[in-house]
Design a protein around this ligand. Sequence first.
Ligand code: PHE
Length: 471
Amino acid sequence: MEKSQGKRENWGSRFGFLMAAAGSAVGLGNIWRFPYMTGKNGGGAFILIYAVFALVIGLSIMVAEFAIGRRTSLAAVGAYKKYSKNWTFAGVLGVLSAFFIMGFYPVVGGWSLAYIFKSVTGLLADQGAIEGIFGSFISASGEPIIWMAIYLFINVFIVAKGVAGGIEKASSILMPTLFVLFIFIAIRSVTLPGAGAGLEFIFKPDFSEVTGSTFLAALGQAFFSLSLGMGCMMTYGSYLNKEENLPNNALLVTLMDTSVALLSGIAIFPALFAFGMEPAQGPGLVFVVVPSLFAQMGTLGPLFSVVFFIALTVAALTSSVSLLEVVVAYLMDERQMPRKKSVSIAGGIMVITGMLSSLSMGALSGVSIFGVGFFDFFDILTDKIFLAIGGLLLAVFVGWFVNKEDLKDELTNSGTVSFGLFEVWYGVVKYVIPVAIAIVAVMGIMAIEQTSLMIFGVGLIVLLAAISKKL
Ligand code: PHE
């Protein structure tokens, strides 16, 4: 049904919403990015800082996003605009973030999709060759682009079907499957001989290597993993009916997301240490460690590997559809385009950005913008700058510009459900989060290597703010 005007689409059921929101949160961020960020940032200490950020800042921001989205029944841009035109830019920043994340996300989604098939076509035959295979696969100019395009096409197909029919239906089946698969894989990993060192790496924090950039990395990871700071949860909240308990849903989503991240740490590091691999190897980590784990399992290995990469692809899909939905909702709400047309336009541009990102691993590796290749450009810009600043803007907006009684009304469903921690939440949003993010951002930005990219990112936000009334 094409509906850009008239009655707003709604989730079909409470379970469906929860699965869609959890599906958005749980994705490559948990299973691909979390382990390699943990590996790069020294293990346990990073995890601890990440968990505190997720449970205090992330959870509070999610409650705020749900509240604003449902209150206004509008996606990011419209929701801000409804309060004040001065704030429109914060919504636009969110749409831009979704767009940029989709600049690299489908590339990794495509790798994962490809690995389902590679698992049974000889990838696991020689454990020593796995790392080399990954390197030559991602740096090729043809194959990874085809997988990326197929992956993107699946997104377009799901999102074109709309909220309840597409996103919700897919998530309700795929998310529970993922949970079961993942627990199974974690059990296998911790029972490997030599697994203890991996558990120690993730559970015994060593603060000696923690710097300003560790904090920024952990904050960015918390926002990225919980799908926050760019209007995604706001958009999902806008399709939610008035009976749902927002704080409870936010708590459930946050707990699910954090547990899947931890679970993937538990699945990956014991195996990594058992094999004597390097924890700080970066984005290839999951694609090298997990197949190595399965390569040792003999005839059952390929089967497990297929299952794992299906799970990873599924998790990625339920997230990237939410990213695409942010862009699509903007085109529908603000540009009055029908859903199908919005999806085609957004998908079309994303194929191009995805190609640039993919090629930056090989043919275009010499091309740098602000000192990094396309893939890193999209990744660092969103994860290290846009999401944190998007979260900061949202906290300031909700804490200082939205009527407190309205918030209370929305979060208690006009007094019909209780939210005992309302005052605490409000204080955290109004005072703690703005100050905390500002400190982390300043410390992190000073410690980070990509200075020109940082200046560009911050400059872009200032520019958006300056032209905000025209947006
Ligand atoms: N949370 C998703 C993940 O962990 C990524 C994402 C970020 C999705 C922002 C939507 C919005 O993979």
